[in-house]
Write a protein that binds this ligand. Structure first.
Ligand code: GBH
Length: 487
């Protein structure tokens, strides 16, 4: 029989909610249809095909722009409570500015939202999931703090048009990736290399943009008081590379430099963590800079940012080993400021994505660390998932979900962490950024060779829908030959 590990409590709490997630650029396609403008991801994939593993684009992707009704039926069949999707800035504001408001773009999201609600699914909107208008990149993109105004203008249009039906908002998805990879090492669009300077300016702009959108929503839109605004950060579980004091200290630093740099302003003191301010400030002066490379918040900005979230959004996938890296002043970068090196334990089983190792206990430990550091905020796991090469009998994905969900139950019942929701990434196989269509995260397969982009539920969709309908984990492992006997 299937191996079963019994938990003290294997049912999710009564108000716990389940959902599935996607992002606009990764699924919609229709990249230039009905008036949509060009985003930095359109530009990046068209201009630098060699930087995408399979030289692909998301020009068509899953074609969800045309197939959204079918997607809603897949979501409905799962029985989940909500669907987390993002809105494409250039579908709504093709120029990035207010001079052209594209009604067709607003109509698309109205249609999607109405279809979801008609099928009993709550819409959850991510306002920004990486597809900046190219026009705003021409201003320098996120390192330019003028983007605060433009972001808030976009958010306002979303609140005005969708706020009557959408009650859960995520201002940003994974700001660390936006800044560190987009403007630091240049591996994601727009591909700029300004680590230790441009990436920190990006962090500064994003935190201020988030805070302004939060205040705007609560001051002007949330009249029924039903709405919530949160912020979604990605975080790995960080493990010391050895038992040395130096590696233990490196783990404390990486937590502050990778998560605290966002979480401390919003969920903590309102400012960057002290160790981040001190380290970047000291290193900057030693390196001959006039002032710290890390922007400084004014007292007013600290007050404006502190406490601006109604929930803590967490994208969680994996663990990583962290080692101390001796301070090297010749390098200007976020990671040399953090003074860390990272690698993955070779004993951890790997997904198709090189960075995604299966370490289920990591999610419990990370949740506890977040609670211990920032207090008892409601936490929504806004993404969790596993990549393979598109198998329909995706036992490895099923076991990933079962073991991670079990670890989340331990966080809830053993560590008393207030986890209130869980979101599977992803509804569909989709455009996995620089990995194109090589690694697949969907619980539904998409045939990208067929112009109709047919969807097929994988085994994981079936198991996930069983968990959602029972609100209970019946086992933590499913073995291939035994699955047929489980029902
Ligand atoms: C998320 O990023 C995204 O929100 C989503 O759009 C995406 O499709 C999904 O997860 C799956 O990738 O590990 O330091 O070598 C996931 C977190 C962290 C994955 C950074 C890629 C590469 C840099 N990402 N990682 S590193």
């Amino acid at each position: 029989d299937a191996t079963t590990t019994l938990l003290n409590t294997n049912s999710f709490p009564p108000n716990f909610t389940f959902g599935v997630a996607t992002a606009a650029y990764q699924i919609e396609g229709a990249w230039d249809e009905d008036g949509k403008g060009e985003s930095i991801w359109d530009r990046f994939t068209h201009e630098y095909p060699h930087r995408i593993s399979d030289a692909s684009t998301a020009d068509i992707a899953c074609n969800s722009y045309h197939k959204y009704k079918e997607d809603v039926q897949l979501i409905k069949a799962l029985g989940v409570d909500y669907y987390r999707f993002s809105i494409s800035w250039t579908r709504i504001l093709p120029t990035g500015y207010l001079n052209n408001i594209n009604e067709a773009g607003i109509q698309y999201y109205n249609n999607l939202i109405n279809e979801l609600i008609a099928n009993g699914i709550d819409p959850v909107i991510t306002i920004y999931h990486w597809d900046l208008p190219q026009t705003l990149q021409e201003l320098g993109g996120w390192p330019n703090s003028e983007l605060v105004t433009h972001y808030v203008n976009f958010a306002k249009i979303a609140f005005e048009n969708f706020g009557d039906r959408v009650k859960t908002w995520i201002t940003f998805n994974e700001p660390k990736q936006i800044c560190k990879l987009g403007y630091g090492d240049g591996s994601l669009a727009p591909g700029y290399k300004s680590s230790g300077i441009g990436d920190y300016r990006c962090v500064y702009t994003i935190l201020k943009s988030h805070a302004e959108a939060y205040h705007l929503y609560h001051n002007q839109f949330n009249t029924d008081k039903q709405g919530k605004v949160g912020f979604t950060m990605d975080n790995f579980w960080y493990e010391p590379g050895s038992t040395s004091r130096a590696d233990e200290a490196a783990v404390e630093r990486v937590f502050e430099f990778y998560l605290g740099i966002f979480a401390n302003p919003i969920y903590g003191t309102g400012d960057f963590p002290q160790i981040v301010k001190d380290t970047v400030g000291n290193r900057s002066l030693l390196q001959g800079f006039e002032t710290s490379r890390l922007p400084t918040f004014t007292t007013e900005e600290v007050a404006r940012i502190k406490g601006t979230a109604d929930f803590f959004g967490l994208n969680f996938y994996t663990a990583v080993k962290i080692g101390n890296n001796e301070a090297d002043l010749s390098t200007v970068s976020w990671d040399s400021d953090a003074g860390i090196l990272y690698w993955w334990d070779p004993s951890w089983p790997s997904a198709a994505s090189y960075w995604l190792k299966v370490v289920p206990y990591g999610i419990r430990k990370a949740l506890k660390k977040i609670k211990d550091t920032y207090g008892d905020h409601p936490i929504i796991i806004t993404e969790n998932g596993y990549s393979d090469h598109g198998e329909l009998d995706d036992y490895d994905r099923v076991n990933y979900y079962l073991t991670y969900l079990s670890s989340i139950l331990e966080a809830i019942y053993e560590d008393d962490v207030k986890v209130v929701g869980y979101t599977a990434w992803s509804l569909l196989d989709n455009f996995e950024w620089v990995h194109g269509y090589v690694s697949r995260f969907g619980i539904h397969a998409v045939d990208f060779n067929d112009p109709n982009r047919p969807r097929t539920p994988k085994l994981s969709a079936k198991i996930f829908s069983e968990i959602v309908s029972n609100r209970t984990l019946r086992s933590t492992t499913v073995q291939a030959p035994d699955y047929a006997n489980m029902n």
